[in-house]
Design a protein around this ligand. Structure first.
Ligand SMILES: [Zn+2]
Length: 313
């Protein structure tokens, strides 16, 4: 019986390993991930990501600027850019870490990747007051005390992910070209190319890095481990329309020799409920006001009439 159970377990594990996740086929899209990766089931009270950031926030005055160690330096060695069929990942090697800003420890920077939509739809994972940005960049950092990813996945604060919204303007972002110029080399799944290290800080917004939101959540891809301290920065990164199009139109989720090539688009997980979680606003963040409901507007108007004797119509 035990042997049979063990054999069954091996089969199940192999199935889970061999089952790839996707974003758009009904049998493997984000709503089906839980069938193969049980921790992706958004159970009641779960700490899943992404979420909508709204006015239900609490100011936390102790949340100041994060310390981004090594982000302003050009690291030695070689970085790699890779298309894994789900995103484009920049593996950054060792030498950088994040700490401070209320993070419970030091986290080594592991990789950077992106989520995007399609030529006509925005594709950030988190939304702000219901607004979805064109793209979202994630800098994934793993707590330094953990020897490997599996150990970090077991720790509710095993990862610190820095999320940056990406918005679009007419001018190219010259720093972003470090990545966008290399995208044609990783157009198809499984392709990888070397990339010369550059100061990661050059990708980030120049100002207002002390304005961010913080909450406890999960990885947004399988196994969806509820092991992430999220930091979502308020100020977006700006890139050009043509740089955005390189992601939405020129990256494929299939291999180069596939019978039918499929563009990699809308690679974001659906929104999850906040439940009882607190979303904190950093000391300098702008508190979102949300959209006042009609009753609130009416009571404010009545207050004006009573207090000021004025009519606002
Ligand atoms: Zn991500």
């Amino acid at each position: 019986m035990m042997v049979r159970s063990a054999a069954l377990l091996v089969v199940l594990v192999l199935c889970a390993d061999s089952q790839d996740y996707c974003y758009h086929e009904p049998d493997c899209d984000p709503y089906a991930w839980g069938d193969f990766f049980p921790s992706c089931h958004p159970l009641l009270g779960g700490h899943h990501s992404p979420i909508n950031l709204d006015h239900h926030m609490v100011r936390n005055l102790s949340l100041g600027l994060l310390h981004l160690e090594g982000f302003d330096e050009t690291q030695t060695g070689q970085w790699t850019l890779e298309n894994d069929g789900h995103s484009v990942l920049l593996q950054v090697g060792s030498g950088m870490s994040v700490s401070g800003g209320g993070l419970p420890g030091v986290y080594h920077t592991v990789q950077v990747h992106f989520h995007w939509g399609d030529p006509s739809t925005n594709g950030s994972e988190h939304t702000v007051d219901g607004r979805r940005y064109p793209m979202e960049m994630h800098i994934v950092n793993m707590k330094s005390i953990h020897p490997n990813v599996s150990a970090a996945e077991e720790d509710p604060t095993g990862f610190a992910v820095l999320g940056f919204f990406i918005d679009v303007v007419y001018a190219d972002n010259v720093h972003f070209s470090h990545i966008s110029q290399k995208l044609s080399s990783v157009a198809y799944r499984g392709q990888m190319t070397g990339i010369k290290p550059f100061p990661l800080l050059s990708l980030l917004p120049k100002l207002n890095m002390s304005q961010y939101y913080r909450y406890s959540g999960s990885l947004t891809t399988p196994p969806c481990s509820q092991a992430v301290v999220w930091t979502l920065y308020e100020v977006p990164i700006y890139i050009s329309w043509s740089q955005l199009a390189q992601f939405t139109s020129q990256i494929f989720s299939t291999e180069e020799d596939a019978a039918q090539v499929t563009p990699l688009q809308n690679n974001f997980r659906h929104l999850h409920t906040r439940f009882s979680r607190t979303v904190s606003a950093s000391r300098d963040a702008r508190l979102l006001r949300g959209t006042a409901d009609p009753l609130t507007l009416l009571s404010m108007r009545l207050l004006h009439i009573v207090v000021l004797g004025q009519f606002y119509l």
